[in-house]
Design a protein around this ligand. Structure first.
Ligand code: 5GP
Ligand code: ZN
Length: 139
């Protein structure tokens, strides 16, 4: 299903031009207009899903192998030393476009460090067990 008001639906289906690096019947992979590093790409499904919780199994099964394919091509073509897969769900998590997308961010040795990085906090085993229980009982 498409969402007529969604910009990523329009880009994914070719109605708005984009720097496309890959396309098949399910996905379009484009370069991000506000890249974290040189070559930062976005994997867009051609159908509309708000976030990963809505993604159906066909698209979910396709996105990770495609991310690996793009990452491999980045290492070959851009000479990056690694890459991050980043996927935001919900405003609190930094999602600004409500159409599922996966970021593929090339990483260069000596490049910016502040991408997909956090300062490790701390937690004792009682707290970890309580938190685990809250998630476990809702799966
Ligand atoms: P989010 O924050 O939702 O995970 O990521 C949205 C990303 O989409 C951002 O990195 C932003 O730069 C990118 N973006 C937003 N609008 C456009 C657009 O019209 N074209 C392209 N190529 N990227 C976009
Ligand atoms: Zn959409």
């Amino acid at each position: 299903m498409r969402d007529e008001n969604c910009i990523f639906c329009k880009i994914a289906n070719g109605e708005i031009p984009s720097a496309t690096v890959y396309e098949d019947e399910k996905f379009r992979v484009i370069l991000d207009l506000g890249p974290a590093t040189k070559g930062h790409a976005l994997i867009l499904p051609k159908e509309h899903f708000d976030d990963v919780c809505q993604l159906n199994e066909v698209y979910a099964g396709g996105v990770l192998p495609l991310a690996a394919k793009i990452g491999r091509a980045m290492k070959q073509g851009l000479g990056c030393d690694g890459f991050n897969l980043v996927q935001n769900n919900g405003e609190a998590a930094g999602q600004t476009v409500r159409h599922f997308h996966m970021h593929v961010i090339p990483r260069y040795a000596g490049g910016p460090k502040g991408i997909a990085a956090w300062e490790p906090g701390s937690a004792d085993s009682k707290e970890l067990e309580e938190l685990a229980d809250k998630i476990r009982t809702n799966i």
